[in-house]
Design a protein around this ligand. Structure first.
Ligand SMILES: *Cc1c(COP(=O)(O)O)cnc(C)c1O
Length: 236
Protein backbone atom coordinates (compact mmCIF):
# COMPACT_ATOMS: atom_id res chain seq x y z
CA UNK A 1 0.00 0.00 0.00
CA UNK A 2 1.20 3.51 -0.69
CA UNK A 3 1.25 6.26 1.92
CA UNK A 4 -1.80 7.80 0.24
CA UNK A 5 -3.68 4.49 0.44
CA UNK A 6 -2.83 4.08 4.12
CA UNK A 7 -3.91 7.61 4.93
CA UNK A 8 -7.20 7.08 3.14
CA UNK A 9 -7.71 3.75 4.90
CA UNK A 10 -7.14 5.32 8.34
CA UNK A 11 -9.45 8.25 7.50
CA UNK A 12 -12.14 5.75 6.51
CA UNK A 13 -11.62 3.74 9.73
CA UNK A 14 -11.95 6.93 11.75
CA UNK A 15 -15.18 7.77 9.92
CA UNK A 16 -16.59 4.28 10.51
CA UNK A 17 -15.62 4.30 14.20
CA UNK A 18 -17.32 7.67 14.64
CA UNK A 19 -20.51 6.60 12.90
CA UNK A 20 -20.60 3.38 14.89
CA UNK A 21 -20.36 5.42 18.07
CA UNK A 22 -23.15 7.69 16.88
CA UNK A 23 -20.74 10.60 16.52
CA UNK A 24 -20.14 13.12 13.78
CA UNK A 25 -16.86 12.15 12.06
CA UNK A 26 -16.11 15.86 11.77
CA UNK A 27 -15.61 15.99 15.58
CA UNK A 28 -12.49 13.87 15.32
CA UNK A 29 -9.11 15.20 14.28
CA UNK A 30 -6.42 12.87 13.02
CA UNK A 31 -2.97 13.93 14.20
CA UNK A 32 -0.18 12.16 12.29
CA UNK A 33 2.60 11.12 14.68
CA UNK A 34 5.56 11.93 12.44
CA UNK A 35 8.47 10.87 14.66
CA UNK A 36 11.43 9.51 12.66
CA UNK A 37 9.80 10.45 9.34
CA UNK A 38 11.74 12.49 6.78
CA UNK A 39 10.82 15.95 5.50
CA UNK A 40 9.73 14.36 2.24
CA UNK A 41 7.46 11.80 3.86
CA UNK A 42 5.84 14.55 5.90
CA UNK A 43 5.30 16.63 2.75
CA UNK A 44 3.80 13.61 0.98
CA UNK A 45 1.48 12.95 3.91
CA UNK A 46 0.27 16.55 3.86
CA UNK A 47 -0.24 16.39 0.11
CA UNK A 48 -2.30 13.24 0.68
CA UNK A 49 -4.63 14.91 3.17
CA UNK A 50 -2.94 15.01 6.59
CA UNK A 51 -3.90 18.29 8.28
CA UNK A 52 -2.24 17.96 11.69
CA UNK A 53 1.28 16.72 12.47
CA UNK A 54 2.44 15.71 15.95
CA UNK A 55 6.13 15.73 16.83
CA UNK A 56 7.76 13.93 19.75
CA UNK A 57 11.23 15.30 19.89
CA UNK A 58 12.37 18.87 20.01
CA UNK A 59 15.28 18.19 17.68
CA UNK A 60 13.10 16.70 14.97
CA UNK A 61 10.54 19.48 15.34
CA UNK A 62 13.21 22.14 14.93
CA UNK A 63 14.74 20.42 11.89
CA UNK A 64 11.38 19.97 10.14
CA UNK A 65 10.42 23.57 10.87
CA UNK A 66 13.68 24.79 9.37
CA UNK A 67 13.02 22.79 6.22
CA UNK A 68 9.38 23.97 6.12
CA UNK A 69 8.33 20.33 6.01
CA UNK A 70 4.93 21.16 7.55
CA UNK A 71 4.00 23.73 4.88
CA UNK A 72 0.36 23.21 3.98
CA UNK A 73 -0.57 21.55 7.28
CA UNK A 74 -3.16 23.35 9.38
CA UNK A 75 -1.53 22.60 12.70
CA UNK A 76 1.62 21.24 14.27
CA UNK A 77 1.44 19.74 17.75
CA UNK A 78 4.10 18.72 20.23
CA UNK A 79 3.23 15.31 21.70
CA UNK A 80 6.44 14.11 23.36
CA UNK A 81 8.07 14.54 26.72
CA UNK A 82 9.17 18.17 27.05
CA UNK A 83 12.03 19.24 29.28
CA UNK A 84 11.73 22.63 30.91
CA UNK A 85 15.02 23.79 29.41
CA UNK A 86 13.75 23.11 25.87
CA UNK A 87 10.53 25.06 26.18
CA UNK A 88 11.91 27.94 24.12
CA UNK A 89 12.17 25.68 21.07
CA UNK A 90 8.52 24.72 21.23
CA UNK A 91 6.41 27.58 22.63
CA UNK A 92 5.09 29.73 19.80
CA UNK A 93 6.35 27.23 17.21
CA UNK A 94 3.48 24.79 17.59
CA UNK A 95 -0.28 25.24 17.76
CA UNK A 96 -0.76 22.87 20.68
CA UNK A 97 1.53 21.30 23.28
CA UNK A 98 -0.28 18.08 24.19
CA UNK A 99 2.11 16.77 26.81
CA UNK A 100 2.18 19.19 29.76
CA UNK A 101 2.42 17.23 32.99
CA UNK A 102 3.93 19.34 35.77
CA UNK A 103 3.65 22.71 37.49
CA UNK A 104 7.21 23.46 36.60
CA UNK A 105 6.62 22.87 32.89
CA UNK A 106 3.39 24.88 32.96
CA UNK A 107 5.15 27.84 34.55
CA UNK A 108 8.06 27.63 32.11
CA UNK A 109 5.67 27.59 29.14
CA UNK A 110 3.71 30.52 30.55
CA UNK A 111 6.90 32.50 31.06
CA UNK A 112 8.20 31.87 27.55
CA UNK A 113 4.79 32.66 26.01
CA UNK A 114 4.71 35.92 27.95
CA UNK A 115 8.14 36.78 26.60
CA UNK A 116 6.87 36.20 23.07
CA UNK A 117 3.62 38.05 23.73
CA UNK A 118 1.38 35.11 22.91
CA UNK A 119 -0.90 32.59 24.55
CA UNK A 120 0.11 28.95 24.15
CA UNK A 121 -2.59 26.31 23.76
CA UNK A 122 -1.86 23.23 25.85
CA UNK A 123 -3.31 19.90 26.96
CA UNK A 124 -2.54 18.32 30.31
CA UNK A 125 -1.20 14.79 29.97
CA UNK A 126 -2.54 12.23 32.44
CA UNK A 127 -0.74 9.01 33.31
CA UNK A 128 -4.02 7.15 33.35
CA UNK A 129 -2.41 3.70 33.66
CA UNK A 130 -0.24 4.90 36.57
CA UNK A 131 2.81 3.46 34.84
CA UNK A 132 6.24 4.22 36.30
CA UNK A 133 7.82 4.55 32.88
CA UNK A 134 5.34 7.07 31.52
CA UNK A 135 5.01 10.82 31.58
CA UNK A 136 1.81 12.52 32.59
CA UNK A 137 0.46 13.65 35.94
CA UNK A 138 -1.38 11.21 38.14
CA UNK A 139 -5.17 11.53 38.00
CA UNK A 140 -5.23 12.92 41.58
CA UNK A 141 -2.80 15.67 40.60
CA UNK A 142 -4.93 16.82 37.69
CA UNK A 143 -7.36 19.19 39.46
CA UNK A 144 -4.56 21.33 40.92
CA UNK A 145 -2.69 21.42 37.61
CA UNK A 146 -5.83 22.37 35.72
CA UNK A 147 -6.52 25.15 38.17
CA UNK A 148 -3.00 26.48 37.81
CA UNK A 149 -3.23 26.29 34.00
CA UNK A 150 -6.52 28.20 34.06
CA UNK A 151 -4.97 30.91 36.22
CA UNK A 152 -2.04 31.63 33.88
CA UNK A 153 -2.41 34.49 31.39
CA UNK A 154 -0.19 33.08 28.67
CA UNK A 155 -1.43 29.51 28.63
CA UNK A 156 -4.79 28.36 27.36
CA UNK A 157 -5.96 25.00 28.66
CA UNK A 158 -7.66 23.15 25.79
CA UNK A 159 -8.13 19.70 27.31
CA UNK A 160 -6.46 16.43 28.20
CA UNK A 161 -4.18 13.84 26.65
CA UNK A 162 -3.28 10.28 27.64
CA UNK A 163 -1.05 7.44 26.51
CA UNK A 164 -2.52 4.35 28.16
CA UNK A 165 -0.57 1.08 28.53
CA UNK A 166 0.42 -0.63 25.28
CA UNK A 167 -2.78 -2.09 23.93
CA UNK A 168 -3.15 -5.83 23.59
CA UNK A 169 -6.07 -5.12 21.28
CA UNK A 170 -9.68 -6.23 21.65
CA UNK A 171 -10.79 -3.28 23.70
CA UNK A 172 -8.18 -3.79 26.43
CA UNK A 173 -7.74 -0.03 26.83
CA UNK A 174 -11.38 0.94 26.91
CA UNK A 175 -11.49 1.30 30.71
CA UNK A 176 -8.59 3.78 30.51
CA UNK A 177 -10.28 5.73 27.73
CA UNK A 178 -13.50 5.77 29.67
CA UNK A 179 -11.70 7.02 32.80
CA UNK A 180 -10.11 9.78 30.72
CA UNK A 181 -13.48 10.82 29.38
CA UNK A 182 -14.74 11.14 32.94
CA UNK A 183 -11.78 13.34 33.91
CA UNK A 184 -12.36 15.43 30.79
CA UNK A 185 -16.03 15.97 31.55
CA UNK A 186 -15.15 16.85 35.17
CA UNK A 187 -12.64 19.47 34.02
CA UNK A 188 -15.11 20.92 31.52
CA UNK A 189 -17.70 21.21 34.25
CA UNK A 190 -15.33 22.71 36.78
CA UNK A 191 -13.90 25.21 34.34
CA UNK A 192 -17.28 26.20 32.99
CA UNK A 193 -16.03 29.81 32.78
CA UNK A 194 -13.82 28.88 29.89
CA UNK A 195 -15.67 25.75 28.91
CA UNK A 196 -15.75 26.85 25.28
CA UNK A 197 -12.03 26.39 25.04
CA UNK A 198 -11.81 22.94 26.66
CA UNK A 199 -12.57 20.92 23.59
CA UNK A 200 -9.79 18.35 23.11
CA UNK A 201 -9.55 14.85 24.46
CA UNK A 202 -6.45 13.34 22.87
CA UNK A 203 -6.27 9.56 23.11
CA UNK A 204 -5.99 6.55 20.83
CA UNK A 205 -3.09 5.40 18.64
CA UNK A 206 -2.74 2.93 15.74
CA UNK A 207 -3.77 -0.12 17.75
CA UNK A 208 -6.75 1.34 19.56
CA UNK A 209 -8.05 4.56 18.02
CA UNK A 210 -11.46 3.04 17.23
CA UNK A 211 -11.98 2.26 20.93
CA UNK A 212 -10.78 5.74 21.88
CA UNK A 213 -13.29 7.25 19.45
CA UNK A 214 -16.04 5.11 20.94
CA UNK A 215 -15.12 6.54 24.36
CA UNK A 216 -15.13 10.16 23.21
CA UNK A 217 -11.69 11.04 21.80
CA UNK A 218 -11.67 14.24 19.74
CA UNK A 219 -8.04 13.95 18.74
CA UNK A 220 -6.24 10.72 17.88
CA UNK A 221 -2.49 10.38 17.34
CA UNK A 222 -1.58 7.80 14.72
CA UNK A 223 1.88 6.83 13.47
CA UNK A 224 2.36 3.21 12.44
CA UNK A 225 -0.98 2.81 10.69
CA UNK A 226 -0.11 5.76 8.46
CA UNK A 227 3.63 5.41 7.94
CA UNK A 228 4.35 1.74 8.61
CA UNK A 229 6.52 0.28 11.41
CA UNK A 230 9.28 2.37 12.96
CA UNK A 231 12.66 1.29 14.31
CA UNK A 232 12.38 0.79 18.12
CA UNK A 233 12.16 4.05 20.08
CA UNK A 234 14.79 5.19 22.51
CA UNK A 235 13.60 7.53 25.19
CA UNK A 236 15.01 10.99 24.54
C1 LIG B 1 4.40 7.54 18.39
C2 LIG B 1 3.29 8.13 19.14
C3 LIG B 1 1.96 7.91 18.76
C4 LIG B 1 1.57 7.02 17.61
O1 LIG B 1 1.85 5.69 17.88
P1 LIG B 1 1.47 4.52 16.85
O2 LIG B 1 1.27 3.34 17.71
O3 LIG B 1 2.62 4.39 15.92
O4 LIG B 1 0.24 4.93 16.14
C5 LIG B 1 0.97 8.54 19.50
N1 LIG B 1 1.25 9.34 20.53
C6 LIG B 1 2.50 9.58 20.93
C7 LIG B 1 2.73 10.47 22.09
C8 LIG B 1 3.55 8.97 20.25
O5 LIG B 1 4.79 9.19 20.67
Amino acid sequence: MTLTNRIQAVQEQVRQAALQAGRDPGEITLCAATKVQTDDTIRQAIAAGIRVCGENRVQELTAHLEQMAYAGAQEVHFIGHLQTNKVKFVVGKVDLIQSVDSQRLLLAIDQQAEKLGLRQDILLEVNIGREESKGGCLPDELPALAELAASLDHVRLRGLMAIPPVSTGCGANRPYFSAMRQLYVDIQTKMSDNQGSIDHLSMGMSADFADAIAEGATLIRVGTALFGPRPPMKRP
